[in-house]
Design a binder for this molecule. Structure first.
Ligand SMILES: [Zn+2]
Ligand SMILES: [Zn+2]
Length: 256
């Protein structure tokens, strides 16, 4: 009950319209971040992989994470690099039950999508199994697709289903992530994806394994093109290497 009430308060009295999503300071003049926090947001930019959209050290058409991988994904983009305040908010969104953050992230997703020059007939989300969704209480990817749809007018549809449960990606290297998600999805309705250009919304691009598995199911279902849009992508320098001995903190942070 107390928890429900505090969630209610956050939505109303302390809604994101009034206080900074990061530091909680009062905001005047709209937006979701105070001036200080807004200036420190880790925007994606500089040299980025033209395929998956992650930040790289030097300009190259395709980053090492994409070489010979992610074949079914036509392109991915993210407004942010997965670090700092944005990484903190994404963890709060996924594991802290802060559903309202979908509204905070959506304008950044919509802006990045607009700038990308790509187009899509349908926006969709990465599905969870019923058991996984029951455990979390919601699907963060679905919330993002819904808010994104409200801003862009691109309809959000549940075109995918998850066939089986997958282990949590955090702490797994690139190859293990690929094996964990490979073949995990299928189209929810026969012909639903056929001939369409689709956009998959998700929270983080780590190795891209989840997005590749989703794109693969959509392409098998006849999709013409599949793009991905995530809040943040892990830069190449933080890419989870096989047996890299990542710290616990890094494992916690890089989940998708
Ligand atoms: Zn702030
Ligand atoms: Zn890449």
């Amino acid at each position: 009950m107390a928890e429900k009430f505090s969630a209610f308060l956050r939505r109303t009295a302390f809604s994101a319209e009034w206080t900074c999503a990061l530091c909680g300071r009062e905001i005047f003049g709209g937006g979701h971040f105070c001036k200080t926090c807004a200036a420190e947001l880790p925007y994606n930019g500089g040299a980025v992989c033209l395929h998956c959209g992650r930040q790289v050290k030097e300009s190259a058409p395709v980053c090492p994470a994409c070489e010979n991988r992610l074949p079914d994904l036509d392109a991915g983009r993210s407004p942010f690099v997965y670090r700092g305040g944005v990484a903190e908010l994404i963890r709060k969104f996924k594991y802290g039950g802060a559903r309202w953050l979908a509204e905070v992230f959506a304008p950044y997703l919509a802006e990045t999508w607009e700038k990308s020059g790509f187009r899509a007939d349908v926006a969709l989300w990465v599905p969870m199994t019923a058991k996984e969704q029951k455990k979390r209480g919601f699907n963060q990817s679905e919330l993002l697709a819904g808010e994104f749809s409200l801003l862009t007018g691109i309809p959000a549809l549940g075109l995918l289903e998850k066939k089986r449960e997958t282990a949590r990606q955090a702490g797994l290297g690139g190859e293990a992530r690929r094996k964990n998600t490979e073949g995990a999805f299928r189209t929810a309705e026969k012909g639903g994806a056929a001939g369409k250009t689709l956009l998959v919304l998700d929270d983080v691009t780590t190795t891209g394994a989840t997005l590749q598995a989703a794109a693969n199911a959509l392409k098998r279902g006849g999709a013409e093109r599949v793009y991905a849009l995530t809040i943040a992508s892990v830069p190449w320098e933080s890419f989870p290497r096989e047996g890299s001995g990542e710290t616990e903190k890094e494992r916690e942070s890089a989940d998708s």
